[in-house]
Ligand binder design. Structure first.
Ligand code: NAI
Length: 333
């Protein structure tokens, strides 16, 4: 049975995420690392009567390396969250350095692990992981995932509300593609199941799209300086980790959107490149998971003129974010 590791385990996302992983019967080992407070989180979680054995580490005495030894799945919510008044550049500057160092430790200690990146800005932090892994000769695009599940979870919830039945949210599916911030988040509402009413006005579609793209702002505002989404993110991160773990255990046909390097697919993302009309390197799309990670990336399928315009608006920003992340490593080399 697999070992899961959480890096940033004592944080706002890290603690509830570690709780959800500890409560799961899909793992037998749970290893927690943070620069502060891990012992308390471990003592607390270790009293829960589930199979996973919990261990915790702090930086001294090679804590990070020891946390990562034998890891099958590493989930990473380490870093600072967005606060009101903070620009994306401020966030990037702090988190880029943090994830670079974590990536180096994974590359040398557990290069075969599946790496699930939550630390923002995901559009740029995933390329940072990829470049560090490349430098160490261990990059396997099938094993590196940007966690965009929160966008999908929000889309399910908000679409169910618009359909007048919030309780049906778990049964709603909406592909959310592109990237993981603002306008780079593209919900393909025309592919919602159950479908939106045929007479849904363009104004309503715009409102719904905006709410999915900027749902994070609702939480930042409501928390009023105390951080960004943590509980819904922990739920979404655990959902995605469970899918990866179930696929690792041999379950077939598991599909989830995730932000990946398009070479993860046998045809190198060719179908999506064709659909988009340009060779974007990283993209969030529905991905079929298997025991080696990404088995294949599914095409976006039929999109409406409105969705095509959203994709066109997303791509320049997404490409800029990707370059910024990649160059953070390659320019320093
Ligand atoms: P937080 O500040 O509550 O927790 C972050 C934790 O990371 C802290 O415990 C901190 O000690 C730890 N940390 C800092 N440097 C570290 C290092 N070098 N190694 C290990 N741990 C380290 O922040 P929160 O709210 O948990 O958010 C974490 C990250 O997740 C942020 O970057 C945030 O923007 C991102 N996020 C991502 C979402 C997504 O959908 N992918 C949604 C919401 C937040």
């Amino acid at each position: 049975m697999p070992k899961a590791v959480v890096l940033g385990a004592a944080g706002g996302i890290g603690q509830p995420l570690s709780l959800l992983l500890k409560a799961s019967h899909l793992i037998t080992e749970l290893s927690l690392f943070d620069i502060v407070n891990t012992p308390g989180v471990v003592a607390d979680l270790s009293h829960i009567a589930t199979p996973a054995q919990v261990t915790g580490y702090l930086p001294p005495n090679d804590g990070l390396v020891n946390a990562l030894k034998g890891a099958d799945v590493v989930v990473i919510p380490a870093g600072v969250p967005r606060k009101p008044g903070m620009t994306r550049d401020d966030l990037f500057r702090i988190n880029a350095g943090i994830v670079r160092d974590l990536a180096k430790a994974i590359a040398t200690t557990s290069p075969k692990a599946f790496v699930l990146v939550i630390s923002n800005p995901v559009n740029s932090t995933v390329p940072i992981f990829a470049e560090v892994f490349r430098e160490h000769g261990v990059f396997d695009a099938r094993r590196l995932f940007g966690v965009t599940t929160l966008d999908v979870v929000r889309a399910q919830t908000f679409v169910a509300e618009v359909q007048g039945d919030g309780r049906n949210a778990p049964n709603v599916t909406v592909p959310v593609v592109g990237g993981h911030s603002g306008v780079t988040i593209v919900p393909l509402l025309s592919q919602s199941q159950p479908p939106l009413a045929a007479n849904t006005s363009e104004e309503k579609l715009k409102e719904l799209t905006h709410r999915i793209q900027f749902g994070g702002d609702e939480v930042v505002k409501a928390k009023d300086g105390a951080g960004s989404a943590t509980l819904s993110m922990a739920y979404a991160g655990a959902e995605f980790a469970f899918k990866v773990l179930r696929a690792l255990g041999g379950e077939k046909g598991i599909i989830s959107p995730s932000y990946v390097h398009l070479s993860a697919d046998a045809n190198g993302g060719g179908v999506i490149h064709k659909e988009l009309g340009r060779p974007v390197e990283y993209f969030s799309a529905p991905v079929e998971l298997g025991p080696n990670g990404v088995e294949r990336i599914l095409p976006l399928g039929k999109v409406t003129a409105y969705e095509k315009a959203l994709l066109e608006a997303a791509l320049p920003e997404l490409e800029g974010n990707i370059t910024k992340g990649s160059e953070f490593i390659t320019a320093a080399a």
